[in-house]
Design a protein around this ligand. Structure first.
Ligand code: SF4
Length: 292
């Protein structure tokens, strides 16, 4: 069994009467020869690593070795605990957890690339926000990880998932799209609704450039992860409300590919354009080089 498009994924789920997370496990069993228990166990290890990264970020006040990030997850948590957050419980918690994961990444801590290290904060952010607010078990979250991996698998095979290849739309865009679909399945939505949420999320990030200041995956990457969580929840809400993307998901992914192909090299992780080339971006880079 091979899934080459979102359309095929949805049709296979309908034919087999399975959710996306079940389909990808079946596929993995067939490809790897491993049994379900082993595959789920490996995914559980990833989930636990995600949890550790969140916890590390929420207890560690230190800055990253670069000195340009760190401490914001704790600030966000304190703000949330004071009851001041404007966003609802899912989004405010996802923002906090996303910050802590991305800050752990900047401190060279262990994270799970979903789909890359630069975009590693979005999926754990939304999953653990769902766990905190809905009281769902790790077993359920693992299903969400499988859903996200199936969506990421199709995106990776049809387009890009790295900033160097396709701009930030490929990293933050793909991660946000994967997270949106995972939220939908965890909330009881159909495979079709999950794929629709993937399209809605990806559409909103098309064209996003990759422009890390000083070549480090910190500025603007960390905050893009944080805001990606709110887009994921918005896309999931739209889809669960029955609102459809006018452009089918496979065509959105194809568009991401074409935009990435046509994107100038200065916007593909070279740090030659965008925010990396602002006065402040250049000053940060100079200061970092002087320290070396
Ligand atoms: S700006 Fe580039 S390095 Fe940073 S998250 Fe986006 S794609 Fe990754």
């Amino acid at each position: 069994m091979e899934i080459r498009s979102m359309n095929e994924l949805v049709n296979s789920c309908k034919r087999e009467k399975k959710a996306i997370w079940e389909m990808i496990i079946m596929m993995e069993m067939e490809k790897s020869g491993m049994d379900q228990h082993m595959i789920v166990g490996m995914m559980e290890d990833r989930l636990l690593k995600m949890k550790e990264a969140i916890e590390n970020g929420l207890t560690n006040k230190s800055t990253a070795p670069s000195g340009i990030s760190g401490g914001d997850a704790i600030k966000m948590q304190e703000y949330v605990n004071k009851g001041k957050a404007l966003t609802g419980p899912y989004v405010r918690d996802a923002m906090t957890f996303s910050l802590s994961t991305s800050e752990s990444n900047a401190r060279m801590g262990v994270i799970v690339a979903t789909p890359t290290a630069g975009a590693a904060g979005i999926l754990p952010g939304v999953l653990f926000a769902l766990q905190k607010n809905d009281g769902i078990s790790n077993k359920e979250l693992i299903k969400g990880l499988f859903t996200a991996s199936a969506l990421g698998y199709v995106i990776a095979n049809r387009s890009f998932i790295s900033g160097a290849a396709g701009g930030c739309q490929a990293e933050i865009g793909s991660a946000t799209a994967m997270a949106a679909g995972a939220i939908v399945e965890l909330k009881g939505g159909s495979p079709e609704q999950a794929v629709n949420a993937t399209a809605l999320a990806m559409k909103s990030l098309l064209g996003l450039i990759c422009d890390p200041v000083a070549g480090l995956v910190e500025v603007p990457c960390i905050k893009r992860n944080v805001i990606g969580t709110s887009i994921a929840f918005s896309a999931a809400d739209l889809s669960l409300a029955g609102i459809k993307s006018r452009i089918p998901c496979d065509e959105v992914i194809e568009t991401m590919y074409k935009v990435g192909k046509n994107m100038p090299r200065i916007y593909k992780e070279t740090s030659l354009g965008g925010l990396a080339e602002t006065e402040t971006g250049k000053r940060i880079k100079e200061q970092l080089y002087q320290k070396l």
